[in-house]
Every structure is written in structure tokens, then in C-alpha cells.
Write a protein that binds this ligand. Structure first.
Ligand code: GLN
Length: 196
């Protein structure tokens, strides 16, 4: 059984936990450095990146988490989680949070809470299942380095990159844990995570 950690300070922790279990994994909440032991992967949930950032520092988790990811721990950052992983945030180098992935991201780039939106599509890289992508005060991926684009959507006549991967890192700017199915969680578990 694969055991997936969910960073559990704030945001959609319970929602990810439920999807992971529905997709056949066991789960572990992660708050302290020792919680990183015994997990095969970790999800950084959506929520408020400034808050999660502060909690990562307060719980002395930033460095051990960054180190684990750099050593190959599979990680999936959704929305705020994606922001924490980005090398550049709002035009500034991200030197204070994880900053591991070579992408530039802009926070709240589609507007405020009332500009949140859903987008119906299929996932060609999974099983072509119908999904509803849910964007809540979502960030926009402005540029990517040597990463693989997994999914783009058209928004205001622009092609927006909303899911990318690089080696052990998966990033989505939307919230698959709020959709009805668990195709995306199954994909993460099957494609990124090896059982220990
Ligand atoms: N706007 C939030 C931030 O900047 C992210 C929103 C989300 O995770 N749904 O952290």
C-alpha cells in the first residue's frame, strides 16, 4: 500500500485525504519534520500560500521538506501548493519557501474569489475521463523552464498552462480534490509514487 502524506496546516487537507483513500492509498497528515518519515509522496494542498508558508517555518518543516523533494520524494502541489514550489512568484525570486521548480507563477492572476471558475474538459494523459477543473483565486503559470506541459485550457482567448510535471514534481493550478471523481489522484499514485 502506498502511504501519501498531506501537508496539514491549512486548506483542502481533508478533501485530498478522502480522494487519496478512495484511490486506494493510505494517508498521513504532515506537520512536523518526523511526519516525513514513512511517506512515499506528499501533497501540498491549495489554501493560502502565505499562511502555509508561515506554518512551514513555524513548524521547522521548510528545509527538511525541500531536501526530501530534492532527493526525489514525489510531490504534488495544487494551487497554493504550486505557488510554494515555484522558483519565481509575482516576478520575484522565491528564496523563502520551497522554490524548487523552475516555473514563474503569478498569484491571484485570474482575479479575486468572485472570479473563481470551473472548466469542463477531458484528461488525455489519464483516461480521457470528463473532469471539471476548479480554479479558486488561482495562480497563473507565466513561464516554465524545462518542464513537461500536461494540460492547457483556453481562458479569455489565451492558452493557459494549468498542469505541468518535472521528474518527481507535479503541479496543478486547479483543485482536483474538489471534483467528483478521483482520476487525478489515481494518476498521481500510479505514475509518480513507488510503494516502499
Ligand atoms: N490565492 C491563493 C494564494 O495565493 C491560492 C488559492 C488556492 O490555493 N485556491 O495562496
Amino acid at each position: 500500500m502506498k502511504n501519501i502524506g498531506v501537508l496539514a496546516f491549512q486548506g483542502s487537507v481533508i478533501e485530498h485525504d478522502k480522494k487519496l483513500r478512495a484511490a486506494g492509498a493510505t494517508t498521513q497528515e504532515v506537520r512536523y519534520p518526523q511526519d516525513l518519515n514513512g511517506i512515499d509522496a506528499i501533497i501540498l494542498p491549495g489554501g493560502e500560500s502565505t499562511c502555509i508558508h508561515k506554518m512551514l517555518n513555524a513548524f521547522k518543516l521548510m528545509e527538511p521538506l525541500a531536501k526530501k523533494i530534492q532527493q526525489g520524494l514525489p510531490v504534488w502541489g495544487t494551487c497554493a501548493g504550486a505557488i510554494l514550489l515555484s522558483r519565481s512568484i509575482d516576478g520575484k525570486k522565491n528564496t523563502t519557501s520551497l522554490g524548487i521548480l523552475d516555473i514563474e507563477i503569478e498569484r491571484n492572476s485570474y482575479g479575486g474569489q468572485l472570479d473563481s471558475f470551473q472548466y469542463q474538459t477531458t484528461l488525455p494523459f489519464i483516461d480521457n475521463s470528463d473532469v471539471s477543473l476548479i480554479f479558486i483565486r488561482a495562480p497563473r503559470i507565466v513561464s516554465i523552464g524545462a518542464c513537461e506541459k500536461l494540460l492547457c485550457v483556453e481562458q479569455n482567448q489565451q492558452q493557459e498552462i494549468v498542469a505541468i510535471k518535472k521528474n518527481n514534481i507535479l503541479v496543478t493550478t486547479f483543485h482536483p480534490e474538489l471534483d467528483t471523481g478521483c482520476a487525478f489522484h489515481r494518476y498521481f499514485i500510479n505514475e509518480y509514487v513507488k510503494a516502499s
